[in-house]
Design a protein around this ligand. Structure first.
Ligand SMILES: Nc1ncnc2c1ncn2[C@@H]1O[C@H](COP(=O)(O)OP(=O)(O)OP(=O)(O)O)[C@@H](O)[C@H]1O
Ligand SMILES: [Mg+2]
Length: 266
């Protein structure tokens, strides 16, 4: 029997605060897929991830489907065992004094940094921290870490359950090139281990070669969904972001640069 899709969304209307972000959204992601979601500021990327993570719910309508791994209902605790998430919102919620070890171990309870008392959870958290190169920070307060170190702590937090799926909302924002490339190398290794990746990014050069499907969002509409090479074209990206650009490909990576050839002629 075919495994159920990771995410199956049909006719979903999703509000965030007083804004109707999606109306009749349709999207299916299979288990094991690696996908990138691209779109301008305000297009609905974070809202979509919040709905997948059950922090927001679609409006209850008869023809709405919003299933994760074939199930309509989840308790958040069970869901966290399957899906790990790294987001800025999460980063902002930690108190300044929480230590790296407590941030990582808080993933076991899906909480925000309670002190870790459980020895086996502590060992597991420390193993992951060693893998992510942050074991030396175990007693360092969150506020005393660089953005990249904080981001690695959150990646560690999302990995304690060894989830099959990782959802990353602009994981490299604010990181220098070395830190973002290192972070991406870790994500690539996780993909190679067979985890699904759902990556939201504004930097198309940071889409790892493992990601082969791209979804383009604009104003709450899916304006493109398909093979990376068909989506990361000047026309498609230009339309999605409302600007003229050129796209280059190098060894499975892509880069977008402004198309200012007209300007240069003048
Ligand atoms: N707390 C909120 N209350 C009301 N509306 C909101 C709230 N947060 C976001 N919105 C609105 O929801 C829409 C989608 O926002 P969302 O955060 O999903 O965009 P995004 O694609 O993640 O953008 P960005 O690239 O800037 O992160 C926007 O129109 C935004 O103004
Ligand atoms: Mg966002």
């Amino acid at each position: 029997m075919r495994p159920p899709p990771l995410i199956e969304i049909l006719n979903a209307t999703i509000w965030r605060g007083g804004t109707r972000v999606f109306d009749n959204l349709e999207l299916k992601i299979d288990q094991g897929e690696h996908i990138a979601i691209l779109g301008p500021n305000g297009s609905g990327k974070t809202t979509l991830l919040m709905a997948i993570n059950r922090e927001l719910y679609p409006v209850a309508k008869q023809n709405t489907v919003f299933r994760i791994l074939g199930r309509d209902r989840w308790n958040v605790w069970d869901l966290r065992q399957h899906i790990g998430i790294v987001s800025h919102d999460l980063q902002a919620r930690y108190t300044a004094t929480t230590t790296a070890l407590d941030v990582v171990a808080s993933g076991f309870r899906s909480s925000i940094g309670t002190h870790c008392e459980n020895p086996s959870e502590r060992d597991r958290a420390l193993t992951i921290m060693a893998e992510l190169g942050i074991d030396a920070l175990r007693d360092t307060a969150f506020a005393r870490m660089s953005t990249g170190q904080q981001r690695r702590c959150l990646l560690g937090r999302s990995l304690v359950h060894e989830p099959d799926t990782l959802i990353l909302d602009e994981p490299t924002a604010g990181l220098d090139p070395a830190a973002s490339f290192e972070f991406l190398a870790r994500i690539r290794r996780l993909a190679a281990e067979g985890r699904s990746l759902v990556l939201v990014t504004h930097h198309i050069n940071e889409i790892p070669p493992e990601i082969d499907r791209v979804v383009l969002l604009r104003g709450g509409e899916v304006t493109g969904d398909g093979d990376k090479r068909e989506m990361l074209t000047p026309d498609r990206l230009g339309e999605a972001f409302g600007t003229s650009l050129r796209v280059h490909e190098l060894d499975g990576y892509f880069a977008a640069v402004p198309d200012d050839r007209e300007l240069r002629k003048t």
